[in-house]
Design a protein around this ligand. Structure first.
Ligand code: THU
Length: 140
């Protein structure tokens, strides 16, 4: 079972730790593992730009580096600094993050929750966000 309200709250909590001096665009993510554990992530920018890590990948890499392999859902929140909860646009995961999710998650069952607040969110399967995914199966 996914506690969507809790997962979105955890994403907002993670957003507080963003390091975004270049874009001032703050993203928070909360990744729910099948065992119920939640890993939080924020975006971490860099003066050289390309080393920047998105919030979603921060959460995934934290979880995977601690032995987690099975994932249920991720909540993502993102907005320019100073925008209040519930305002602004929905922040959908970038294509690189979707590809990382496809490496570790079931396309048909993994859920991506894109929230403006705990009351206002969109929910997709990973397959809806990444149709015709290129995965390890292509390399078999
Ligand atoms: N960003 C994320 O953290 N996740 C996304 O899926 C979209 C983009 C970050 C990267 C960069 O720090 C800032 O948002 C602006 O692109």
């Amino acid at each position: 079972m996914i506690n969507r309200k809790l997962l979105i709250e955890k994403a907002f909590e993670a957003q507080k730790f963003c390091y975004t001096p270049y874009s001032n665009f703050n993203v928070g993510a909360a990744l729910l593992c099948d065992d119920g554990e939640i890993y939080q992530g924020c975006n971490i920018e860099n003066a050289a730009y390309t080393p920047t890590n998105c919030a979603e990948r921060t959460a995934f890499f934290k979880a995977i580096s601690e032995g987690k392999k099975d994932f249920t859902a991720i909540a993502v929140v993102g907005n320019k600094k100073g925008i209040q909860q519930g305002e602004g646009d929905f922040c959908a995961p970038c294509a690189v993050c979707r590809q990382v999710m496809a490496e570790f998650c079931d396309l048909k069952t993994f859920k991506v929750i894109i929230a403006k607040s705990t009351a206002e969110y969109l929910e997709y399967t990973l397959e809806e966000l990444l149709p015709l995914a290129f995965t390890g199966k292509n390399l078999d």
